[in-house]
Design a binder for this molecule. Structure first.
Ligand code: COA
Length: 182
C-alpha cells in the first residue's frame, strides 16, 4: 500500500492515542524521538503539535538541531508510524543518532513500510539540500540495519554510547546517488 508523509496537526489526536496505546502495550522500542513524549489529553496534544512546529523552525534547545517531524499515513488516512529529519548534525547528533529516525506501529510491521518511509524521508532531505545523511541503529536492531542498508547505507563504524551496553551501527547515505529503486 502506498504511504504518504503528513505534517502533524491536531486532527490526528484520536489516531495518535490509538497508535501509542498499541505501541505501549507491545512494549517495543519507541521511535522517532517525539513519539516518546507523554501526551494524555487533547490540550497536551495541541501543545505537542506546537512543539513539533517550533522544532521545525529551530526553536529548540541548543543541544539539538531543527527537525522536521512527519506522521505517515496510508491511502485510507490511517496513521502507520512516523519519521523525523534533523536539518543538521550537532556534535551529539554526529556521535549518536544522526539525521533520521523512524518507527512503524506494531500492527503494521513487516509489510515493507519502514523501508518506504525511509526512502520518502531521504527524498525530503534531498529537497532540503541535505545530501550526506548519517543514520544509526542498535546492532541488534536487525530490521533497522537492513532497512538502512537497503536504502544505500554504508557502514562507518560501531560505537558505544553513554549508559548503553550495546553498540550502535553508524551508516552514511548519499542522498545524491541513485542508490535505491524509486
Ligand atoms: C524497525 C522497524 C522500523 C521495522 O519496520 P517494518 O515496517 O517492519 O520494516 P520493513 O517491513 O520495511 O522490513 C525491513 C526488513 O527488515 C526485516 N525485518 C522486519 N522485522 C524484523 C525482525 N524483527 N527481525 C529481523 N528482520 C526483520 C524484514 O524482513 C525486511 O527485510 P527484507 O526486505 O530482507 O525482507 C519497526 O520494527 C519499528 O518501528 N521498531 C521500533 C522503532 C525502531 O526500532 N526504529 C528504528 C530505529 S530509529
Amino acid at each position: 500500500m502506498k504511504l504518504y508523509l503528513a505534517k502533524p496537526d491536531i486532527t490526528f489526536f484520536e489516531q495518535y492515542k490509538d497508535m501509542m496505546k498499541e505501541w505501549h502495550s507491545s512494549g517495543s522500542h519507541i521511535a522517532p524521538w517525539f513519539l516518546s513524549k507523554s501526551v494524555t489529553s487533547f490540550d497536551e496534544f495541541c501543545k505537542f503539535i506546537r512543539m513539533l512546529d517550533d522544532c521545525e523552525h529551530g526553536i529548540v534547545d541548543k543541544r539539538f538541531s531543527s527537525t522536521t517531524s512527519y506522521f505517515v499515513v496510508n491511502n485510507y488516512g490511517k496513521l502507520i508510524g512516523a519519521t523525523s529529519l534533523r536539518h543538521y548534525l550537532t556534535l551529539e547528533g554526529f556521535q549518536t543518532w544522526g539525521h533520521i529516525g523512524y518507527g512503524v506501529r506494531p500492527s503494521e510491521r513487516s509489510k515493507g513500510y519502514a523501508t518506504q518511509m525511509l526512502k520518502m524521508t531521504i527524498d525530503q532531505a534531498r529537497e532540503k539540500k541535505i545530501y550526506k545523511l548519517l543514520l544509526s541503529a542498535y546492532e541488534q536492531n536487525i530490521a533497522s540495519c537492513k532497512i538502512i542498508e537497503k536504502c544505500g547505507g554504508i557502514l562507518e563504524n560501531k560505537v558505544y554510547i553513554k549508559n548503553k551496553n550495546e553498540p550502535i551501527c553508524r551508516y552514511w547515505i548519499n542522498a545524491l546517488e541513485n542508490c535505491f529503486e524509486k
